[in-house]
Design a protein around this ligand. Structure first.
Ligand SMILES: *[C@@H]1O[C@H](CO)[C@@H](O)[C@H](O)[C@H]1NC(C)=O
Ligand SMILES: *[C@@H]1O[C@H](CO)[C@@H](O)[C@H](O)[C@H]1NC(C)=O
Ligand SMILES: *[C@@H]1O[C@H](CO)[C@@H](O)[C@H](O)[C@H]1NC(C)=O
Ligand SMILES: *[C@@H]1O[C@H](CO)[C@@H](O)[C@H](O)[C@H]1NC(C)=O
Length: 463
């Protein structure tokens, strides 16, 4: 009792002395959800998701191939493909020794991700096939050191990213495993037993955090059981109170049935979530550059990949509405990021090199998109005491005027086009009572600041 009071007293003193009281979080959603999101995450805006594993060996149909072949509802296309191309006794586990990774050079990946302008990278540590991309001692002979690559894929990428870039490094971890006998037994018991969680998923979550110190824990494949079964709240309380990344770590919302879009560090809500309106809480649009899959698909057609027009539109819509964008890349089994992905990433880096000031560290403005002219999305940033407003214009105007209804100019308003040296003239619109009309200069193609989505910056608008 006395010790207790002393501890309270010391806490009180140290709080008042150090001003910032480091709160302890309780394993309840009320407490966990009250934790402020570390600021790096909202400022970063753009991340890369890297989905690589044993499914990258068949690299057909997508990363759910095993489930779509042997699960509850087999997909005919997958069943046929496996029957036609592999011997009758072939198992999914046989793919693991073909996960060669012979060209895996994480320094090259780190440099490419850095060149893309992304500010964080989230790498797959385990898929629901259970194969771990690090030497998990809870995954005997089913991990990237014991079979296949013979490498600690996670550790090598974490090291390259930290040595060569300032990007934040995070990990994806799938809670359930389709065919893990312990999980299947817990499921058959209506999740009244928790042998799988105690001997597999929970020890592995602690292991990846202690080993690799991820600044983002991107939990996935949680939806078969609730957070009580997964012991998610206990894990998160430890992560926020006592883990080696307690001050900087960010988490998503996939922690058990009913959590998604409700609880956790920020909200993902659904894959490719893009609400188009301002959201109350921080959220993330996790999408795939190959529109149909997270893992590499050899059969993908050119039209399956997002174009830069698609990507810049998604970035503009997402960031304007307060979201971050997380773009998935699927490397091939040999450790390559194929040229189509590389091109998108480098183009995104070019675009952000010119227009990044309208993205990184911005806040949503009073309007998300223009109230009159379509395909114009706004972000804003404090510059001194003033607010600079950015209009991201997805289509280059076809006439020499561009009417924006949402910004109200003052006599002091100054407009620039990012990446273009001269000021942009503007006037009060003749045909509308509010808004601003920009005079679009005739710019020769060699002077065009970029090829997709142009950004007009406006200073000294009316508040
Ligand atoms: C990372 O990107 C920044 C900004 O584009 C650049 O200045 C730096 O040289 C890059 N670093 C590497 C290792 O490529
Ligand atoms: C969560 O699942 C457990 C079984 O693992 C069950 O006992 C409990 O009632 C469930 N809780 C809720 C709120 O559904
Ligand atoms: C602004 O965006 C919303 C949500 O996407 C859309 O419904 C609306 O039509 C857009 N406004 C204009 C003028 O395009
Ligand atoms: C803007 O300039 C006009 C003409 O010089 C002047 O009449 C008006 O008062 C000014 N308005 C403001 C808000 O300063």
């Amino acid at each position: 009792m006395a010790a207790c009071r002393l501890a309270l007293y010391l806490c009180f003193v140290s709080c008042s002395l150090s001003y910032v009281c480091s709160a302890r979080y309780e394993p309840t959603w009320q407490s966990l959800d009250s934790r402020p999101l570390p600021s790096w995450y909202d400022e970063a805006k753009i991340g890369i998701f890297v989905y690589w594993g044993v499914f990258s060996v068949p690299s057909f149909h997508g990363e759910f191939l095993w489930w779509d072949w042997k699960g509850d509802k087999p997909v005919q296309e997958v069943v046929d493909y496996m029957q036609k191309n592999y011997p009758p006794d072939f198992t999914y586990a046989d793919f693991a020794s073909m996960f060669s990774a012979e060209f895996y050079n994480p320094d090259l990946w780190a440099d490419l991700f850095n060149a893309s302008g992304a500010r964080y990278v989230v790498f797959n540590s385990k898929h629901p096939d259970g194969f771990t991309n690090w030497p998990s001692k809870y995954s005997f002979n089913w991990n990237s050191v014991d079979v296949g690559p013979s490498k600690d894929l996670v550790g090598m990428l974490a090291d390259s990213i930290r040595r060569r870039t300032n990007l934040h490094f995070g990990l994806i971890y799938s809670l359930f495993e389709w065919f893990n006998p312990l999980f299947m037994q817990d499921e058959a018991n209506g999740f009244q037993t928790d042998n799988y969680v105690n001997s597999k998923s929970l020890p592995e979550l602690y292991d990846i955090v202690n080993r690799y110190k991820p600044e983002l824990v991107w939990s996935d494949c949680d939806w078969l059981a609730n957070d009580t079964y997964w012991k998610s709240k206990d894990f998160l309380a430890w992560l926020y109170n006592d883990s080696p990344v307690k001050d900087t770590v960010v988490t998503n919302d996939r922690w058990g049935i009913g959590c998604m879009c409700q609880h956790g560090g920020y909200l993902t809500c659904a894959d490719r979530y893009n609400p188009g309106t301002l959201q109350k809480r921080k959220w993330e649009n996790a999408l795939t550059i190959d529109k149909k899959a997270w893992g590499y698909r050899r059969e993908a057609k050119l039209e399956d990949y997002l174009t830069m027009e698609d990507l810049t539109q998604l970035i503009a819509e997402t960031v304007s509405c307060g979201g971050n964008i997380l773009m998935d890349v699927g490397p091939s089994k040999d450790g390559l990021i194929k040229p189509i992905y590389e091109e998108r990433l480098r183009q995104m880096g070019q675009w952000l090199g010119v227009n990044g000031e309208a993205i990184y560290g911005t806040k949503p403005w009073s309007y998300q998109n223009d109230t009159y002219t379509p395909n114009i999305w706004y972000t804003s940033k404090k510059v001194g005491t003033e607010t600079r407003v950015y209009a991201i214009v997805l289509d280059w105007p076809t006439s020499d005027n561009l009417y924006l209804a949402s910004p109200s100019p003052t006599n002091a308003t100054i407009v620039t086009l990012l990446g273009y040296p001269s000021l942009i003239s503007w006037r009060k619109p003749a045909s509308h009572s509010e808004g601003i009309e920009l005079e679009i200069p005739a710019i020769s193609s060699s002077m065009m600041p970029c090829q997709w989505a142009w950004v007009f910056a406006m200073d000294s608008l009316q508040n």
